[in-house]
Design a protein. Structure first.
Length: 219
């Protein structure tokens, strides 16, 4: 109900939708961003897929665990790519946590894991926020058919792409709703649709190797 109310406020406000969403993101980041150093990609590479123990990640993980509505607010923000990319460091902390949890998951039936629904939500948020392009963005649809180790491989592929190609507001262009309905899988109820333009050197074959291997082994 709260999220419906919040979404309604954003769409019915007399202010430009982008302004209202920017204010929401400003307040969101003030409350969820720890005043601790951001781990470097090299530091993460040394740890993952083991559970991260960086202070920043532990603070973010605890905050989102104690306040599940924060993930729903992040989902709302993901409707606007340029604003969502401001939350990328928070998203990376959540993704690192998910990788670590699945790496130690003992239950081989993924849908019975306490991490399953949360991980599906997180992957869907990454898709909506256009952090990950097709076909990676659709991997959330098959998580229920995979083992924990396979899920770790998929999440690591997402992590690697986000590490190599961090999103920035400069990568998004505005498109009309009429044309976007056929050109993009993303929809945006809060503001004119923004579509991310990936760098020309984004070779997706490097990032779908694990996904292709997993798909072949499950046929």
């Amino acid at each position: 109900l709260f999220l419906s109310f919040l979404s309604g406020c954003l769409t019915s406000s007399s202010n430009p939708p982008q302004y209202d969403l920017k204010v929401l993101v400003d307040h969101f980041l003030i409350r969820v961003t720890p005043m601790t150093p951001v781990p470097t990609p090299e530091q993460y590479n040394e740890v993952l897929p083991k559970k991260t123990t960086f202070e920043r990640d532990l603070i973010v993980q605890k905050l989102f665990l104690q306040n599940p509505i924060l993930l729903q607010i992040l989902d709302l923000i993901a409707n606007d790519g340029p604003q969502f990319c401001r939350c990328e460091e928070i998203v990376k902390s959540l993704l690192a946590d998910a990788i670590g949890r699945w790496n130690t998951e003992l239950c081989q039936i993924s849908t019975k894991s306490p991490h399953f629904f949360y991980t599906c939500q997180l992957v869907n948020i990454l898709r909506k926020g256009q952090c990950i392009p097709p076909p990676l963005c659709y991997c959330g649809e098959i998580l229920g058919e995979l083992t924990p180790s396979e899920i770790v491989s998929i999440l690591l592929s997402l992590w690697t792409f986000i590490r190599d190609f961090p999103a920035s507001s400069a990568q998004f262009r505005q498109a009309s709703r009429a044309s976007s309905s056929t050109s993009s899988p993303f929809s945006n109820p809060l503001s004119p649709l923004f579509i991310r333009q990936l760098p020309s050197d984004a070779n997706m074959s490097v990032y779908v190797t694990s996904l292709n291997k997993i798909l072949r082994s499950n046929i």
